[in-house]
Ligand binder design. Structure first.
Ligand code: ADP
Length: 455
């Protein structure tokens, strides 16, 4: 790998460029017209306008133009980051057809895990417990009602193609199910181009625990422990920590084993995350994210393994435990301390989390021991546009234990001074001060059930 094109923007583009640089790989950035002054393009060795004349997000989804730029610049690999084209099997297919390495899993795995029903089927086949529900598309309302009668309410109506907290609806009784079923199918067809719907038992107050997987092209699969991503608003993650000190060590081991078993059974490659919900003494598979995740940082802090560099080296055919990767064997890999990540967004908690835009007039960031920042286009004078997601900067605090990590995070949040755009920092401070969070005991419903955190 001599030259890597980064098919993304913002903080993750910067993260990928940094990994490329550390490995001596040249980097090519792409940018939409609206990102003309975005930091990621200036951090790369070269940068090119993509999707000329297209809307901002559509520009980053312009497969033909991305491949044109890769060919013209002589890039021999493409990393898609997260979001945008990262889980798009047509993109991965087109990249490989152009003779360029797609840094990520094989196309078959993007297909398998891009559909939550086939993902669930893979888990069942591997003997991994899944949330009680249907393991095939529900074809008719009669079938849905029969499921409701058998398993009871509340139920979750989910779209096979959903993601990012979209395409899911909780229903409490038959009438709601009738309504949600029709609506969900037509919405899913519209937003995801796939109408398939399935049903799951709605778990009341689960914790979200996910396992970081790395797998090489020789068939070696390992986990890098787990993360708790229970702090969510409307099913979207806000705070993540590793390891999942929120559940017992025995539970963590059982989930790690299940995740490795699943990924071994499908012969997975590259980085991926297997997500589970924990409900009392039970855990259930929900989905696989076949890409690097926003919260990969906390795992890097506790294990010392650079997940992005690992992806780049795995894509070049190196084995997990050989030089230059040199990741310790599974039973030798240690998790040191606890790391927590806050996603700082330009959302105004006092105004129903409306994304704020405009010029950042003043920006002072925290530092000191145990603090890591991953930012995109953030500095005094930068403009936050309304075109992309509202993530401003990720802050990771690494301490010897959960309490120290939380204390460090609070200290770091207090050091921030951002003026000109509203942020969710006041909300985050409220979460970190809450006794339930400080006891590492918050379930996925915590934020939505505590509106006082928004004040
Ligand atoms: P997405 O792909 O949109 O992220 P997921 O299937 O990963 O969707 O679920 C996201 C979140 O939704 C979970 O972390 C959890 O909070 C909630 N959730 C999903 N399935 C269930 C369920 N069966 N019961 C309760 N909560 C659920």
């Amino acid at each position: 790998m001599k030259k890597l094109l980064i098919a993304n923007r913002g903080e993750i583009a910067v993260r990928l460029i940094r990994a490329g640089k550390e490995l001596g790989i040249k980097t090519v950035a792409i940018f939409a017209k609206e990102d003309e002054f975005a930091v990621h393009r200036f951090k790369a060795d070269e940068s090119y306008l993509v999707g000329e004349g297209k809307a901002p997000i559509a520009a980053y989804l312009d497969i033909d133009d991305i491949i044109r730029i890769a060919k013209e610049t002589g890039a021999d690999a493409i990393h898609p980051g997260y979001g945008f084209l990262s889980e798009n099997d047509e993109f991965a297919t087109a990249v490989e057809a152009a003779g360029i390495k797609f840094v990520g899993p094989r196309v078959e795995h993007l297909k398998m895990f891009g559909d939550k029903i086939t993902a669930k089927q893979a888990a069942i086949k591997a003997g991994v417990p899944t949330v009680p529900g249907t393991d095939h598309p529900v074809e008719s309302i009669e079938e849905a009602l029969a499921f409701g009668a058998e398993h009871g309410y509340p139920l979750f109506v989910k779209s096979a193609a959903g993601g990012g907290g979209r395409g899911m609806r909780v229903v409490e009784h038959d009438d709601e199910l009738r309504e949600a079923f029709e609506r969900a199918a037509s919405e899913a067809q519209q937003s995801f181009g796939k109408a398939e719907i399935y049903l799951e038992k709605y778990l009341q107050d689960p914790k979200h625990v996910e396992i970081q997987i790395l797998a090489d092209e020789q068939g070696e699969v390992m986990h890098l422990f787990e993360r708790d991503s229970s702090i969510q608003r409307r099913h979207q993650k806000i705070i993540e920590f590793a390891p999942a000190v929120s559940v017992s060590i025995d539970m963590r081991r059982r989930i790690q084993d299940a995740a490795v078993k699943l990924m071994q059974s499908v012969d997975y490659q590259s980085a991926g995350t297997v997500e589970f919900l924990v409900d009392g003494d039970d855990f259930y598979f929900i989905e696989v994210n076949p890409r690097v995740q926003v919260e990969h940082t906390v795992t890097e802090e506790i294990t010392g393994v650079d997940i992005v560099k690992s992806q780049l080296l795995i894509a070049q055919g190196y084995g997990l435990h050989e030089a230059p990767l040199n990741i310790p064997a599974q039973d030798k890999l240690l998790a040191v301390g606890v790391a927590i990540q806050s996603r700082i967004t330009t959302e105004d908690p006092a105004n129903n989390f409306m994304p704020d835009t405009g010029k950042i007039d003043w920006y002072r960031s925290p530092g000191g021991t145990g603090i890591r920042l991953d930012a995109g286009n953030v500095y005094a004078g930068a403009t936050v546009t309304p075109f992309f997601d509202s993530l401003l900067v990720k802050v990771v605090a690494h301490g010897t234990d959960f309490t120290e990590a939380v204390d460090k995070m609070q200290r770091a949040l207090n050091e921030f001074a951002i003026r000109g755009v509203k942020t969710n920092i006041p909300f985050l401070k409220n979460v970190y001060a809450h006794p339930t969070f400080r006891a590492a005991d918050a379930p996925t419903t915590f934020v939505d059930k505590h509106p006082e955190l928004f004040e």
